[in-house]
Design a protein around this ligand. Structure first.
Ligand SMILES: Cc1ncc(COP(=O)(O)O)c(C=O)c1O
Length: 401
């Protein structure tokens, strides 16, 4: 990838020596995103959809332009894009709204690959509604296969809530085939695309899923904003997530009715600057060759893997993953000890459970290390990472005996 890409991320001005390998947790922010945030706060600051004066019109226009660019990017209709605070927010609100369609005896299908944002909202509803949570058995590598999905799919299935790309193992799930089968049973398919949005093209029409959620901060955008895509027909059917300003049409003492989608789902003042700035992410993605970007990330991962295999005591949990993340441990060394040593060498990786207890239980391990690669990473970052890992491994050698 062109080294000039780094110049688009101001992080590297102050942190020249940092090898940032934790983009799966949060990516770095584009300069254009930061400029846009600043521009709104300095030059505008008015509310959207409410003010009948010039600056509010301009803010509204800029806000709605983001909806347009997002909808084009994921191939949805304009009204199918709902702005949320992020993946967690979108998935929780959706689950709570769908809860009144769930009855005792229904089943919700999910997997042990889920981030807590994808699974806990449904665990909660299953507890309240006496509904069963059914897990797709994972294969040896920790993948969801279509054959295994068929084993749990039944006439009782009401909802399938799964990720498109695991945040621990990085496997890409065939959500298109899953949606096809689930729809034959009349089930609703909800996809957590928090990881996949940064590493694969998303076309909601092609996937034919019912709902899909992601966060801006995982793809070079601001914190506090995300998207929930929903199929028009379903969005029209379900009740709003929240009630408040700018989502109602008419309110009487014993009656309320709501605006059309997507506005019935956007109660209250949104995160205006963040939504406006999110547009810059899609401008960037449309400008660069995303296929090249995805290939660059995978190439770095493969380059790292080749060298990691030689580190004494290393266990890699996802040698064949589809995303640019490597999840691993080194025998007898606590992941947090390794992180500390890497930190001292300005190499940032993540340690812990990554908000995903179930996958760690599946792997039969308490915690893991995770290195994730993004568009701004280089071979030099990998070299620094490997050298720091070797140093950590040598330093702790013998400690666990
Ligand atoms: C797969 C997956 N789902 C959901 C989330 C939650 O995203 P957010 O914290 O932006 O709501 C994450 C974040 O790490 C994730 O990796």
């Amino acid at each position: 990838m062109n080294l000039k890409i780094k110049e688009k991320f101001p992080f590297f001005k102050e942190n020249k020596d940092v090898s940032y390998l934790d983009s799966a947790a949060s990516s770095l922010k584009l300069q254009t995103v930061i400029d846009s945030l600043n521009d709104y706060y300095v030059n505008n600051g008015t509310n959207v959809h409410r003010g009948a004066y010039k600056l509010s019109y301009l803010a509204t226009e800029a806000f709605e332009e983001t909806r347009e660019i997002v909808s084009k990017y994921i191939n949805s209709s304009l009204s199918e894009v709902i702005f949320t605070k992020g993946t967690t927010d979108g998935l929780n609100k959706l689950a709570n709204s769908l809860a009144n369609m769930i009855n005792e005896g229904d089943e919700i299908i999910t997997s042990e690959l889920e981030h807590h944002s994808s699974i806990l909202p449904w665990m909660n509803i299953c507890e309240i509604k006496k509904t069963k949570l059914v897990y797709i058995p994972l294969d040896e590598e920790g993948r969801i296969t279509i054959d295994n999905f068929k084993k749990v799919l039944s006439d009782k299935t009401k909802v399938v809530a799964i990720n498109q790309m695991s945040n621990v193992l990085g496997h890409l799930v065939d959500v298109k085939s899953i949606a096809k089968l689930a729809h034959e049973k009349g089930a609703i398919v909800i996809v957590d695309a928090a990881q996949s949005v940064a590493h694969t093209k998303i076309d909601v029409k092609d996937l034919d899923v019912d709902f899909l959620a992601f966060s801006a901060h995982k793809i070079f955008g601001p914190n506090g904003v995300g998207v929930l895509y929903g199929k028009k027909k379903l969005l029209e059917e379900i009740r709003p997530f929240e009630f408040g300003g700018e989502m109602a049409n008419s309110v009487n003492i014993d009656y309320m009715d709501f605006k059309d989608i997507p506005y019935k789902f956007e109660a209250g003042t949104p995160v205006i600057a963040e939504v406006i700035a999110f547009k810059e992410v899609f401008k960037f993605l449309n400008e660069i060759d995303t296929d090249k970007m995805f290939k660059h990330e995978i190439k770095l991962k493969d380059y790292a893997l080749e060298q990691m295999k030689n580190i004494k005591g290393i266990k890699i949990y996802n040698l064949n993953s589809d995303s640019p993340l490597i999840t691993f441990n080194i025998a007898n060394i606590h992941p947090h000890d390794i992180v500390s040593i890497l930190d001292s060498k300005n190499v940032y990786v993540r340690a812990g459970k990554h908000c995903n207890d179930l996958t760690h239980r599946f792997l039969k391990v308490n915690a893991t290390l995770r290195a994730s690669f993004s568009v701004y990473n280089t071979k030099e970052d990998v070299d620094k990472f490997i050298s720091a890992l070797n140093e950590a491994s040598n330093f702790f050698e013998g400690f666990g005996d």
